[in-house]
Design a protein around this ligand. Structure first.
Ligand code: FAD
Length: 338
């Protein structure tokens, strides 16, 4: 069981800035996110898109903003638990116990839900028989590319993830890249690299094809793909990687006994507390009269929630407001010389 002052659910921009706001007032936190990297919507949905409404930064991309937020919280040496979805929350005395889908347990007087529009989950293959091979020979993300060394890999999808992994894994594998349309959506320069690899015989491109069936009983040995003109082809395959994008689901948050209004959590704007004492909600997931689903609103909400967390984590101390520039203790926490 990991004990801390606050558990942050969601490593989007709001959750990342909440780490900072907790850190400067001397509180520790642990951050959990379902995705395998921090950044939430900024990194998953628009890493290259410019953002023009972050105060003091005339223009940055989703990726720049994420990197900036991660740099800003470096002094606090916060633990991130990525690739884990928070499933259950329960109360024991004055502490909240949080359990993730892989069985990790956390305990804290405070939880900050910065869950955005819910957990991002991969859109899975629609074939029923795919289920039994998932996590063994069928994957929706790559966490350990060594698993795929010197293997026959069929990659499905037409976006950046499919193209990037086809190119990367073609260094040591036989790749078949399969897409249901003739045109790919991914970056043009990656596609031209892939076309070069096709000429060298390292990648075989199959369009417009769909997955028709998976052959093999205990282990998958081959797949059948079907052309839009109904022609069927068999491909020897050790692994299938499928990149059909992400879907957003509110997920387990609905089961935690919180008031939910139109897929968002109503909060008290004094401290962003939900209907449960010690559980706060900030960013896109929270709602209140006048709520704007903007990153800057999430920053403000995190600042107030952090101060409320202080009262529960340090009941015998008085929180004293200080500007970051004037405070010796904040300078120490940030590792700055005064
Ligand atoms: P998110 O960024 O959604 O992050 C939430 C995180 O919580 C996710 O990583 C998710 O995996 C995780 N999570 C959820 N449930 C669980 C669970 N049970 N267990 C573990 N993890 C969980 N805003 C602006 O201010 N300016 C812009 O220019 C702008 N442009 C945008 C462009 C697009 C295309 C989109 C889609 C949005 C844009 N926005 C913009 C909105 C902005 O991205 C959101 O307001 C912001 O991302 C909200 O941040 P968040 O941290 O609340 O949530």
């Amino acid at each position: 069981m990991i004990k801390t002052d606050a558990i942050i659910i969601g490593a989007g921009p709001t959750g990342l800035f909440a780490v900072h706001q907790l850190g400067i007032i001397g509180l520790k936190c642990e951050v959990i996110d379902n995705l395998d990297r921090a950044g939430g919507q900024c990194i998953e949905l628009y890493p290259d898109k410019p953002i023009y409404d972050i105060p003091g930064i005339p223009e940055c991309t989703g990726e720049d903003l994420t990197n900036g937020l991660l740099n800003q919280i470096k002094p606090f040496k916060t633990n991130f638990h990525l690739g884990q979805r928070v499933e259950e929350i329960k109360k024991e005395n004055n502490f909240w116990i949080v359990k993730t889908n892989n069985g990790n347990l956390f305990s804290a007087p405070n939880i900050i839900i910065a869950g955005g529009v819910g957990s991002f989950e991969p859109r899975k293959l629609s074939l029923k028989e795919a289920e039994k091979f998932e996590g063994k020979q069928i994957f929706y993300s790559v966490t350990n590319k060594n698993l795929f060394k010197n293997k026959k890999i069929s990659i499905f999808g037409g976006g950046d993830s499919a193209l990037d992994w086809a190119l990367e894994l073609s260094k040591s594998n036989e790749i078949t890249l399969i897409h249901r349309r003739n045109d790919f959506r991914g970056a043009a320069h990656t596609l031209s690299e892939i076309k070069k690899k096709e000429k060298e015989g390292k990648i075989s491109i199959k369009t417009p094809y769909n997955l028709k069936s998976i052959l093999g009983d205990k282990a998958m040995s081959e797949i059948e793909i079907e052309h839009e003109d109904s022609k069927v082809e068999k491909i020897k395959t050790d692994y299938v990687l499928s990149f059909f994008g992400l879907i957003m689901k509110l997920g387990p948050i609905v089961n935690w006994g919180l008031n939910i209004n139109n897929k968002t959590i109503p909060v008290d704007t004094e401290n962003f507390q939900t209907n449960k004492e010690g559980i706060f909600a900030i960013g896109d997931i929270c709602t209140y009269p006048g709520k704007l689903k903007l990153i800057l609103s999430g920053f403000h909400e995190g600042a107030l929630a952090a101060r409320a967390c202080f009262k529960r984590a340090r009941p015998n101390e008085t929180y004293r407001f200080e500007f970051t520039t004037a405070s010796k203790s904040i300078h120490d926490r940030l590792g700055l010389k005064k």
